[in-house]
Design a binder for this molecule. Sequence first.
Ligand SMILES: [Zn+2]
Length: 274
Amino acid sequence: MLFDSHVHFDTSRGEHGITALVERADHARVTDILAVGGSPALNRHAITAARLFPHKVRAAIGWDRDQALDGRRTGIARDPQSMLHYWSNRIARCRSIGIQISALGEIGLDYHYAADTAPDQRLLLRTQLAAARALHLPVIIHSRDADTDTLALLKEHVSALPDNPRFHPGVVHCFTGTTEFAAGILDLGFLIGLSGIITFANAKALRQTAKTIPAEKLLIETDTPYLAPVPYRGHRNQPFFLPAILQCLAETRNEPAERLAELTRANALALFSI
Ligand SMILES: [Zn+2]
């Protein structure tokens, strides 16, 4: 059984799209999925997926780096109390319809596409990290071309966490950083999520880094609908493709795929308190 730890669903063409993806995932033994938010629309889709499949799909909600362009959301970020209030209300509303929110995410920094909004991205990330601490939720972190700032903010976050050895701070998802960045993240107690990028021909350095990550710190993810793995390049990504990522990771690490499947699933279940 496999856990796809990062999936963005789309309900804009109806809920049957979610049903088709989740049912097809079953045929690849992908039994668990974390539906991840990031924008108001993605958050709604994640909640819908968790409502449709309460035993297979869990939800994470948050505001990603692109929300730094939105005046209302950056306005909320200027007041940490408002940020906490916003997410605790949203989470309470989910709970009232029987949906448990498993993490805040995805949140983070991307200087590759939007370096001009960097200060607002940092503000959004910092205040959402503070909200996650107050709500005792792990976080799902995106970081692209921003590893120094990401590491600094995560360090600040972890040092402010209450002392609880059983609490996992979160995961840096779709990891593409250096071995040094990976070591820094692991030092802080974060897990590392590997996506289909690991299967790409030009991802030699990433595969080298993947060998250095302890198995109990690894998650696997499709990052649906983006980044379909080899041999599905050019297709719209979906959880059904997760075994291709697992297989590549197993070969890279010279470990049995079955064992990695079990471990990464157990890691995800523990991280998201399932
Ligand atoms: Zn994502």
